[in-house]
Design a protein around this ligand. Structure first.
Ligand code: HGY
Ligand code: MN
Ligand code: MN
Length: 394
């Protein structure tokens, strides 16, 4: 609730987008809490924060947890934040109980998980895992044309450490489900076995600005009409591939004047599927279909890839630890696939990783009304603590 005051929106949510003044405020609060809990905070050159609790043997690679403090523009209080602060709560509890683990424990705040201001999502964890070259990440631009690197370095967010230099023994991330299944089935815990892959695109359609009154229907180059047909095409491709999703979430229309036929439209495409081959087929269908729509209307189209993530399968041993921890604490659990992307998807490439979900009300997320109950947060934190302590034994 304290963190949610930073970037609070009138609608009861949070707008704490990455590399903004409010992101800096949230990071400062997290750092203060970490230092009060005896943690030392390191920062890498993508701005990711690593809050470290020493173990008995600090030569050993740490067991890590965490998530992200950045939010959507009309985000909720819990997406990402739950995972970071539950990690901190685990540390505080170990402090209170006087428990020293063999391995160090680290609580991580990954920069730019959301990917709304600077696409793609999970940008910093992607650089950490070697998925994205750092230079490519630094060159990503927001809608105003500012690069990630300018916002990062201009805002004093970057640290000294080389991103990816830290080795992790294991990584476990707690996150709200952001879907309706756990609540509907009365489950306390989701054991996240897999995550959907995704393919993101940035599309630019160029037509010609002209007069809405004086330009006959047969002589128009209407970029918004073309974009509308492609929005429908994205929807139809997803419907034609069971268990997939397809969305156009961002669109800019220029000149956006009621009596000018739009000559320029920029928009984003987000396809996801748990099957990599089906996802590739969807992307191919989209690229050829969108080109055909543009050509039929005499529009110029550019389709730029804006991020790709293969489906992820988490570590079976850690998943069993999560199931055992839930059973021992008397929490009802079920295996579940993640629809949303998470930093753990990238970290799974460089360390044994897994995720724990807690339910959220009506499965709602990326919405100011996002809500969870304290007992759900407690169950998630309990299972996270048990899992981390077991992994940190040696
Ligand atoms: O896009 C995602 O899946 C994540 O919420 N950033
Ligand atoms: Mn998230
Ligand atoms: Mn999110």
């Amino acid at each position: 609730m304290e963190m949610a005051k930073i970037g609070a929106t009138p609608g009861g949510g949070c707008n704490r987008q990455t590399l903004t003044d409010v992101d800096r405020e949230g990071r400062a609060l997290f750092r203060r809490w970490c230092e009060e809990a005896g943690l030392t905070v390191g920062v890498d050159d993508m701005g990711t924060m690593f809050a470290r609790r020493p173990g008995r043997n600090n030569e050993l690679a740490p067991v890590a947890t965490g998530s992200h403090l950045d939010t959507q523009p009309t985000g909720g209080k819990y997406d990402g934040v739950l995972g970071v602060l539950a990690g901190l709560e685990v540390v505080r509890t170990l402090n209170e109980l006087g428990i020293v683990t063999e391995r160090p424990i680290e609580v991580i705040n990954w920069t730019n998980e959301e990917g709304c201001r600077f696409g793609p999502a999970m940008l910093a964890s992607g650089v950490f895992a070697g998925t994205h070259p750092r230079d490519w990440a630094l060159a990503r631009k927001d809608a105003q044309g500012m690069t990630f690197g300018e916002a990062l370095n201009g805002g004093g967010f970057a640290g000294e450490e080389k991103t990816g230099a830290r080795k992790l023994h294991a990584y476990v991330e707690l996150h709200i489900e952001q879907g309706p299944i756990l609540e509907a089935e009365g489950c306390d815990i989701g054991v996240v076995t897999t995550g959907q892959g995704f393919r993101w695109f940035d599309v630019t359609l160029k037509g010609r600005d002209s007069h809405t009154g004086a330009t006959p229907m047969g002589r128009r180059f209407d970029a918004l009409l073309g974009a509308s047909r492609i929005v429908e095409q994205v929807h139809q491709i997803a419907l034609a591939h069971p268990n997939s999703v397809g969305t156009v979430g961002f669109m800019e229309v220029a000149p956006n004047s009621r009596n000018v036929i739009p000559g320029l439209v920029k928009f984003t495409v987000d396809f996801r599927h748990v099957d990599g081959d089906a996802l590739a087929h969807m992307a191919d269908q989209f690229m050829s279909g969108a080109q055909a729509i543009a050509t039929a209307q005499g529009l110029e189209i550019t389709i730029d890839p804006a991020g790709a993530q293969p489906p992820v399968h988490f570590n079976p041993e850690i998943l069993n630890l999560i199931r055992t921890s839930a059973d021992e604490s008397g929490y009802k659990h079920r295996d579940i696939a993640s629809g949303a992307g998470h930093d753990a998807f990238h970290i799974a490439k460089v360390a044994p990783s897994a995720m724990i979900f807690c339910p959220c009300v009506d499965g709602l997320s990326h919405n100011e009304a996002e809500e969870i109950f304290p007992e759900w947060a407690k169950a998630g934190a309990d299972v996270l603590l048990q899992t981390l302590v077991t992994l940190a034994r040696a």
